[in-house]
Write a protein that binds this ligand. Structure first.
Ligand code: NDP
Ligand code: 2PC
Length: 369
């Protein structure tokens, strides 16, 4: 018997650090990866006979939480089968990965982000660990991109379809200007082919952070050749006023956004979480809106106490757009829609794989078995 039987003779996994992730990931490619994740999860949720053979599938249990003294560790394993790495490519790949991520809310006081983690990417044929990808920026871009994709499919596409020139412009409200609030604001201004951003209104509990984000968005305005205005608001009500699209990205355990602050037709991406994932929006918002989720498996556990009309998964909306059998799941034309973003492993799986493949390409080598 070979001396190597049962031993690991493979090269070490590649480590892709935060700086490299920033160089490798771009908003447009991330969007395709996130759409693949949404679609994979919803294709899998269908009855086996109703699944689309030309679309990816997934396996993704609800994540687990381990409570520590200062915060929480989340374990997020997932598999996405037969996903496309880039839009329009015939090439398919399958990815097995697991994100381990911690959320320690008081980290700012020691100069660290509150969310820290890694995505572990495994070979889906041998199960060997191929890459460890730092997942702070990755989590920022994938979460913001999930909101961009939800906003586009639920709100902007229908708006573009009914606009005489097919163009839409929006007033954007950002409630919470921490890392996620910043990534969402930057994401919207970097992807203005979906909708031109006319105005950005910012609110943060600590106003200095909103002022910092304003400065950054003014720099982005030059880089993206845009002409939006940016306002720092004293109250959440002022921030939400007249907004078409709102992002809530705070750790608040109390409602911040009430129905009376909002236009009749508005789309909200509710991203943050206090004790519950649906803490940021008041019950009168949930009484009057249609809620969309990223995945039922997680929602059954993490949104168990949410009292609202959950219409379905964003991935199912996307699947029905391209395979128009059955009723549309789109929001009512004059109603309010909420994307209740929990975050799911399949997003980290497809985005983690994208980063790893781009790293291999950039280094012109294959680290596979
Ligand atoms: N859905 C998803 O996929 C993901 C969700 N998240 C969630 O998004 C939220 C933001 O994360 P992130 O930006 O990384 O964290 P940061 O620590 O960078 O920012 C936290 C933000 O929340 C604000 N905040 C905290 N507590 C309150 C409160 N009681 N009332 C009002 N504002 C408050 C902070 O304000 P201040 O500056 O005053 O402290 C700050 O703006 C968290 O809840 C996190 O769990 C994160 C990753 C993925
Ligand atoms: O999906 C995710 O990565 C997270 N959701 C809440 C904290 C981190």
């Amino acid at each position: 018997m070979s001396r190597n039987v049962g031993t690991n003779k493979r090269l070490r996994p590649v480590f892709i650090d935060e700086d490299l992730v920033k160089q490798l990931l771009d908003w447009h490619e991330a969007r395709h990866a996130i759409e693949q994740a949404f679609v994979a999860v919803s294709n899998q949720s269908r009855e086996p006979g109703a699944r689309y053979g030309d679309q990816p599938v997934s396996s993704q249990p609800a994540r687990t939480f381990v409570q520590a003294e200062g915060g929480v560790l989340l374990c997020m394993p997932g598999f996405v089968g037969q996903h496309q790495l880039t839009s329009g490519s015939d090439e398919r790949t399958s990815t097995l990965a697991c994100k381990l991520i911690t959320s320690f809310r008081k980290n700012a006081s020691v100069g660290l982000p509150s969310i820290n983690g890694e995505v572990f990417v495994f070979s889906s044929t041998t199960g060997k660990l191929e890459a460890i990808v730092e997942a702070n920026y990755l989590t920022g871009i994938r979460t913001a991109t999930a909101s961009l994709v939800a906003t586009d499919h639920l709100f902007l596409r229908p708006a573009r379809a009914s606009a005489p020139d097919g163009m839409v412009s929006i007033q954007l409200g950002i409630v919470g200007c921490g890392f996620q609030g910043m990534m969402h604001a930057v994401g919207f201004v970097r992807t203005q082919s979906m909708a031109r951003v006319r105005t950005i209104r910012l609110w943060n509990r600590t106003p200095a952070r909103a002022a910092q984000l304003k400065e950054l968005l003014i720099e982005e305005r030059k880089k993206t050749d845009s002409n939006y205005s940016v306002f720092v608001c004293d109250t959440v009500e002022d921030c939400c006023r007249d907004c078409d699209v709102i992002v809530t990205a705070t750790g608040s355990g109390e409602p911040l956004v009430y129905r009376s602050f909002l236009k009749q037709k508005v789309h909200i991406n509710a991203v943050g979480a206090g004790e519950y994932h649906h803490a940021e929006l008041a019950q009168d918002v949930y009484d009057d809106c249609q809620v969309y989720i990223d995945h039922w498996e997680g929602a059954r556990k993490e949104l168990a106490t949410l009292r609202s009309n959950i219409v379905g998964e964003v991935g199912e909306v996307i699947l029905r757009e391209s395979h128009p059998k059955g009723a549309s799941l789109l929001p009512k034309p004059d109603g309010m829609s909420v994307f209740q973003s929990l975050g799911m492993a399949s997003e980290d799986v497809t985005v983690g794989r994208l980063v790893y493949e781009k790293h291999l390409k950039a280094h012109d080598r294959s680290d596979r078995d």
